[in-house]
Ligand binder design. Structure first.
Ligand code: AMP
Length: 278
């Protein structure tokens, strides 16, 4: 496994690599969710590239960026064991050299849900993912359903800019109690960690209601919100959404692919999760 920090060296390694190339973009502090993407990439491609880069451009809050978990050595060991060929781990200066001034804006999709609560977040994501695509020129790129809106934004980006990459979306990997795995979960206190599955439970409540025949968006949002509000460890709820997977607009009636998603704060951690009704 080669670990490369220079974008020129990475471009060259990818030009010379056996095709097809599968890219798994990450911010490191890897867990089983990330590894499921790596395993799928390994099964589908001759070369697997994993990027590890905590992207300052997608963080609104400097404290959040500083506190983001990092474990390069542990990550590299895991990736070695999973048969990864190339790791791209650039510095911030390598990605955003002095004078960097070009940004990728994905339009209205990026302004909803997470975008409303984290202004500029998807501009940072879309820009860094575009750069990763340009450096590595992957045939396929792997993203987790855990970040549901991100998958929609990246698919739109790839289509609109004719990137020619197949975007592969993999299911959310959960802890045994239902909590979606996330690098940030280590920041929860044990009390918060104990309560954190409430976000998934809220989504499941909406799902149950839907399977019993309820199609009304407000009723599903209300059901999920009630579960979150009943948990004292939830400090605040950013949103509970039942939205079209295509437009990310809230739906009045469930019809077609619909994503039920929620974001709630628990101490220092903002928990996000979603399920798809289809
Ligand atoms: P991150 O390092 O958090 O930026 O995540 C890198 C990639 O891994 C993204 O495509 C995430 O959606 C995906 N990912 C993170 N957590 C999970 C999970 N629990 N299950 C599946 N994919 C995940």
């Amino acid at each position: 496994m080669r670990v490369i920090s220079s974008n020129q060296e990475m471009s060259q390694a990818c030009r010379e690599a056996a095709k097809p190339i599968g890219l798994v973009p990450t911010m490191g502090a890897l867990h089983a969710g990330h590894l499921s993407l790596v395993e799928q990439a390994r099964a589908d491609n001759l070369t697997v590239v994993v990027s590890i880069f905590v992207n300052p451009a997608q963080f609104g809050d400097q404290k959040d960026l500083q506190a983001y978990p990092r474990d390069m050595e542990g990550d590299l060991n895991m990736l070695r064991r999973h048969g990864v060929d190339l790791v791209y781990a650039p510095t911030v200066d390598e990605v955003y050299p002095e004078g960097f001034d070009t940004w990728v804006d994905v339009g209205p999709l990026a302004g909803k849900l997470e975008g409303l609560h984290r202004p500029g977040h998807f501009r940072g994501v879309a820009t860094v993912v575009s750069k990763l695509f340009n450096v590595t020129r992957p045939d396929r790129a792997y993203f987790g359903q855990k970040d549901g809106q991100q998958t929609v934004v990246i698919q739109k980006l790839a289509r609109d800019l004719d990137i020619g990459v197949e975007v592969v979306v993999m299911p959310t990997i959960r802890e045994p109690d239902g909590l979606a795995m996330s690098s940030r979960n280590v920041q929860l206190t044990s009390g918060q960690r104990h309560a954190a599955p409430v976000v998934y439970q809220a989504l499941c409540q909406a799902y149950l209601l839907w399977t019993s025949g309820e199609k009304n968006g407000d009723a599903l949002r209300e059901a999920a919100k009630n579960v979150l509000e009943a948990e004292p460890m939830v400090d605040s709820i950013d949103y509970v959404s039942v939205a079209s997977m295509t437009t990310l607009d809230e739906v009045e009636l469930v019809d077609g692919r619909v994503m039920v998603s929620a974001a709630a704060r628990m101490g220092p951690v903002r928990l996000i999760d979603n399920i798809v009704l289809e």
